[in-house]
Design a protein around this ligand. Structure first.
Ligand code: CAA
Length: 417
């Protein structure tokens, strides 16, 4: 009998502070339209010192258990994908395992490949379920990151922070993966990296976009060989009712979609031509409706693609079980193109917990407050002992698990249960 595999539950978490990007542009002496139209970003999540990768991952996991009836004992595998881990050796997953109260008989580890880390975890979890070794147990895959480039860098408006938790199982209620094909791509490139001594990422920004597009087209070609013009499956890419992309900034999804449309058609898309207008219309129908979380949170690295998915599962209005595509890109680089079918009834489940309510509950900070929080976070982790003060002082709102400092070289999290 064919084993089904996909997403049974999904939830996200985000810092409770955010910055308006038009205000940031003004402070930097830049036309606000560059950030809002040129990059497609409206707001940016601002992580306080208490909002580290662990606290955000636990936050998403807790929301998932609160929102869906998942038995913690049924979780046999926990994978946390992150590129902003808190330790060179100890995985984020070990703290998450404790604070989510998971069983000792649950494997737990961390995966890293820049923004691809959680997709790597999702693929490993999928194979675990398909192999039969899960034996009815479920995998919890969490993407969690705090994206930092630094104050007044070109990457500054593309920062952000957040986490997405997903239960992968043989009882998908939200999204069923199509596992008959695979499309991935790996190549060593120096487009984006973060040396162990640096809290901020280093990036060759325009080159990184070129690497992303190259990896997208190569992954697609492996997934759908012969699907470009004149070959056996010319309409294949058109068969998806929505196309989701890793979006370090929302406009990147538009660049990706247009590049793939041109590739599939075997032609160049020149501005101000009917073909270009048709491609933009296609983008506004199949991609743009699902960018709200990404454009209001910013880059969440490993979580970015799954933020688009969370948005689609709630907002998508479809007949039956439509096919969708998902593309993950991690600098360095690794990429994956995959497809899936939205399960009937998914939207009704997610509309019980509207994501806009979660976003609207946040507090706006000024550029000055954001800079102070960035500077405070940069001073952290310089030695084996420091305290962040009260939850209120660290600005993390009502978060139930909060990083509050380091004592004797050991990270301290506020007890949660
Ligand atoms: N009004 C409207 N639009 C404007 C404008 C204005 N006044 N001024 C500029 N723009 C537009 C530009 O035309 C440009 O759009 P197009 O690319 O469509 O032409 C856009 O605004 C950005 O302008 P620039 O390219 O001049 O911006 P920049 O050089 O200052 O920086 C960036 C842009 C390279 C993305 C930078 O923010 C960056 O380095 N970000 C981090 C790296 C990144 O996100 N890379 C993405 C691929 S790698 C990846 O996906 C992995 C990951 O998560 C990091």
């Amino acid at each position: 009998m064919k084993i089904r595999v996909g997403i049974e539950a999904i939830a996200f978490d985000v810092p409770h502070l955010y910055l308006d990007l038009a205000e940031l542009a003004q402070a930097r002496g830049v036309d606000p339209a560059k950030y809002t139209r040129g990059l497609g970003q409206r707001q940016m999540a601002v992580a306080s010192s208490g909002d580290d990768t662990v606290a955000l991952a636990v936050g998403a996991g807790r929301r998932l258990f609160e929102q869906f009836q998942i038995d913690r004992e049924s979780v046999g595998l926990l994978i946390v994908g992150t590129e902003t881990s808190v330790d060179q050796s100890k995985p984020v997953s070990s703290y998450v395992h404790e604070h989510l109260g998971l069983s000792p008989q649950c494997r737990s580890f961390e995966t890293k490949h820049a923004c691809y880390g959680a997709m790597a975890g999702l693929q490993a979890a999928t194979d675990w379920v398909l192999s039969g070794r899960a034996a009815g147990r479920k995998a919890l895959v969490i993407a969690s990151d705090v994206a930092r480039y630094g104050i007044k860098t070109a990457g500054e408006p593309t920062q952000g922070a957040g986490s997405v938790a997903m239960v992968i199982s043989s009882e998908p209620r939200l999204l069923e993966f199509e596992t008959g094909r695979q499309g991935f791509f790996s190549q060593q490139v120096m487009d984006f990296w973060r040396p162990t001594y640096s809290k901020d990422a280093l990036v060759d920004g325009h080159y990184s976009m070129a690497c992303y597009i190259k990896a997208l087209l190569a992954s697609y070609d492996m997934y759908a060989p012969g699907a470009t013009e004149g070959a056996s499956e010319p309409g294949f890419f058109q068969s998806f009712q929505a196309c989701l992309y890793h979006a370090p900034f929302a406009k990147m999804a538009q660049k990706a979609h247009l590049a793939l449309l041109a590739h599939v058609a075997g032609t160049e898309l020149l501005p101000e031509t009917p073909a270009y207008a048709a491609a933009l219309e296609d983008y506004s129908r199949r991609v743009a409706p699902y960018l709200e979380l990404q454009s209001r949170i910013g880059n969440t690295y490993t979580g970015s693609l799954f933020m688009a998915l969370r948005s689609l599962l709630e907002d998508g209005v479809f007949q039956g079980s439509p096919a969708i595509s998902l593309f993950s890109y991690g600098s360095g680089c690794a990429a994956e193109f995959m497809t899936a079918r939205v399960c009937e009834g998914a939207a009704a489940l997610l509309r019980r917990h509207p994501y806009r309510l979660q976003l609207d509950a946040r507090t706006r900070v000024s550029v000055d407050e954001y800079e102070k929080l960035m500077e405070a976070a940069a001073r952290m982790d310089q030695n084996g002992s420091f305290a962040l003060g009260s939850p209120e002082a660290s600005g993390a709102g009502a978060r139930k698990v909060l990083f509050h400092g380091v004592k004797d070289h050991q990270r301290q999290y506020r007890p949660s249960h």
